[in-house]
Design a protein. Structure first.
Length: 284
């Protein structure tokens, strides 16, 4: 392919410095145990008092699911190697892996069939809204506890934004996330997590399994007989801007999430390209 030929260029063969454990974002620790907070929060906490789950840090690397191999491979130089053999498998998983349909998140005992291959947990959270941002996004969870951020398709790819629209009043483009991932890869930055397109069944993969009560209340059937929902967010979360399937198939992008900050401690910096959401002030 043209992309494969491009990656043969000498610029793509510059060696990466040797990676040590200190350079890695996430290292599986067989001693530490983690559990979910009793409040139902999605944040992981380390606790000697809470009911803990199976720590299997000694599990062979080959048994890890693709998303966990991705987490283990993240380091200060790259999110994934230039010629990562895992990438095609990971992108395929994001596009096809079953979204869990179990009940309320709860700790499973070792006697029950595990819903996770993750070395630190046997928990199965369900799709919920992603907090923050101006528009609706969902966190999807897979059977092996892999998670991805689902950004639904709002409008057709060829629809252009009116020139008088404020940039923060425009629809977010799901395919822009996919394009950004591939462009980042071509430019050899490898700083954007893998993103894949996906068709999601609104009924079976969102409405019927979500534990987000606020989200669940926003589902309805449109006059055309399509399943729709709008969720809660700062912009475009109303019946007038609902997300509708055909009749329940909805296209979107599925972006891999980084390890939770409680498991993979890291620093954050304000983006130099971050913009203001004020209508009368220019961003600094």
């Amino acid at each position: 392919s043209k992309l494969a030929a491009l990656f043969e260029h000498p610029l793509y063969n510059i060696p990466v410095p040797e990676v040590t454990d200190k350079d890695k974002l996430f290292v599986v620790n067989p001693v530490e145990k983690f559990s979910l907070q009793s409040s139902g929060s999605e944040e992981w906490v380390s606790s000697s008092k809470a009911e803990t789950v199976l720590p299997t840090g000694k599990t062979a690397y080959d048994t890890y699911p693709a998303w966990l191999k991705f987490h283990v491979g993240i380091n200060r130089y790259e999110l994934y190697p230039r010629r990562d053999p895992l990438l095609p498998t990971f992108l395929r998983d994001l596009a096809t892996m079953r979204i869990v349909s179990s009940g309320t998140p709860a700790v499973r005992t070792p006697a029950l069939p595990p819903c996770s291959l993750y070395p630190l947990t046997l928990l199965c959270p369900l799709p919920v809204q992603k907090s923050g941002g101006t528009q609706l996004k969902l966190i999807m969870t897979f059977p092996n506890y892999g998670q991805a951020l689902f950004k639904p398709m709002k409008q057709s790819r060829d629809q252009e934004t009116p020139v008088d629209f404020f940039y923060f009043s425009d629809f977010e483009r799901h395919n822009a996330e996919i394009a950004a991932f591939h462009l980042d890869r071509i430019l050899d930055f490898r700083r954007i997590p893998p993103v894949s397109g996906r068709l999601v069944n609104i009924t079976k993969e969102i409405r019927d399994i979500t534990t987000d009560k606020k989200l669940a209340k926003t589902f309805f059937i449109s006059p055309a007989g399509n399943v729709c929902f709008y969720g809660e967010c700062s912009y475009y979360c109303s019946t007038e801007h609902a997300l509708c399937g055909k009749p329940d198939q909805l296209e979107g992008s599925m972006a891999a999430l980084l390890p939770d900050k409680a498991l993979a401690k890291r620093r954050s910096w304000r983006s130099p390209w971050r913009r203001s959401y004020h209508k009368s002030k220019k961003a600094e």
